[in-house]
Design a protein around this ligand. Structure first.
Ligand SMILES: Cc1ncc(COP(=O)(O)O)c(C=O)c1O
Length: 397
């Protein structure tokens, strides 16, 4: 794989050697963190030290860190758990959710609507993917029926960063619990969870160089959450299940690395992002950059480049680039093999055909100029071939 260019860090990023070492070292020790004997207590110590380190890095209290088996589980716990908690406490059934959430939030919200009588308000976004704060304010004007609000910190497809501290403040003033999915943010933007003041924040280990299958919901201990998983009562009875001490140890190392190197990493990927955008504009002049067009990191994730190539099918372009040694993504889900236009781009008002013509290149700490240049070398030919295939298919159809 060494000769390939990997530009899909938003999907997952290489595991750090230090995280792997911590993970492997703990995996070689026996002990259930809930056991009372010496081996169990040693595993428990690893979990609690990791919890404290993660809390210090994210600037929250250790008691807020609820370990889960990744971002998807943390999102499900936040959305369903907060909904059930507020429904049981005050009968609230309204859910405020942005229309551009990752499926790990979108689908639980829709499931609550389909199976639990939730009444969902999908919050609209503008053409750059930024949430309509006036619309949110009018939803919050009647807070008594609102169970929760969930708005992702930064979008995984188009990289747009939301004003989460402002949204948290609006929700707090209305007394409505607020959850934000920060999976794509950790390691790329500063994260001070005390300053942000959300009730629940999702983070995931494999997006920052830790092992797969571990993450956390940083949950205000005062928040009323009904568990999704019932069992042994671990994690303050909020998330039952034997704790993965090895995964958690690796995750803590990855969080420390993500936070300590955040500024440098952001500057590194930002420079590569601008090189890639400038190169795409020069070689495929009608390509369209989606999301916030700014050149800073505050409004758009510094490692995100999301582009539409009019006249191309994104899936075909992805395969052509794959054959040329480049790993990237369309960013959108594929239903039963049929490429669907991204719900994110549709919510931003994009035409479905243009939405289907899109690719996401996402950069990470290990990305290099050579990766960017490999894309720029392969892209014009791939776009031309994809356009020709599109024209032929159109004629044949
Ligand atoms: C914004 C966002 N939320 C949640 C997830 C799911 O996280 P995990 O892969 O840890 O389940 C992802 C992963 O793609 C993501 O990008």
């Amino acid at each position: 794989m060494a000769d390939r260019a990997y530009l899909d860090h938003a999907a997952t990023t290489p595991m750090l050697a230090e995280a792997r070492a911590a993970w492997v070292a703990q995996s070689m020790r026996v002990g259930n963190p809930s056991s009372l004997h010496t081996a169990g207590r040693a595993a428990r110590r690893v979990v609690e030290e990791s919890r404290e380190a993660i809390a210090a890095d994210l600037r929250c209290r250790p008691s807020s860190v609820v370990f889960t088996a990744g971002g998807t589980e943390a999102d499900n716990l936040a959305v369903k758990g907060l909904f059930w908690g507020r429904r049981d406490a005050i009968g609230a059934r309204r859910v405020l959710a942005s229309s551009i959430e990752h499926h790990a939030v979108l689908d639980p919200v829709q499931w609550l609507a389909d199976h639990q009588q939730a009444d969902v308000a999908w919050l609209s976004v503008d053409e750059q993917g930024r949430i309509d704060l006036a619309g949110l304010a009018s939803e919050l004007a009647e807070p008594s029926g609102v169970a929760l609000c969930t708005v992702m910190w930064a979008n995984n497809e188009i990289g747009t960063v939301q004003p989460v501290a402002r949204i948290a403040e609006m929700c707090r003033a209305a007394g409505v619990p607020f959850h934000t999915d920060a999976v794509q943010v950790l390691g790329f933007l500063p994260m001070d969870l005390t300053a942000v003041g959300a009730d629940a924040v999702t983070v995931s280990s494999h997006k920052i160089g830790g092992p797969f299958g571990v993450g956390a919901l940083v949950l205000d201990p005062a928040a009323k959450v009904v568990p999704v998983l019932h069992g042994g009562g671990q994690e303050r009875e909020v998330r039952s299940g034997t704790l993965d001490a090895a995964g958690i140890a690796g995750f803590a190392v990855a969080v420390a690395h993500a936070v300590a190197g955040q500024r440098e990493r952001a500057a590194h990927v930002l420079a590569l992002r601008e090189r890639l955008i400038a190169g795409i504009r020069a070689t495929v002049p009608d390509a369209r950059l989606n999301g916030d067009p700014g050149t800073g990191a505050e409004e758009r994730l510094p490692g995100n480049v999301h582009v539409s190539f009019p006249g191309c099918e994104g899936d075909l372009l992805l395969m052509l680039l794959d054959a040329a040694g480049i790993d990237c993504s369309t960013g959108s889900a594929c239903t039963a093999g049929i490429p669907e236009p991204s719900h994110v781009l549709l919510a931003m008002g994009a035409d479905p055909a243009l939405a289907r013509s899109s690719l996401r290149f996402s950069l990470g700490g290990t990305s290099t100029e050579a990766d960017v240049d490999a894309v720029l070398a392969a892209l014009p030919g791939a776009v031309e071939r994809a356009r020709r295939a599109g024209t032929l298919a159109h004629r044949a159809g």
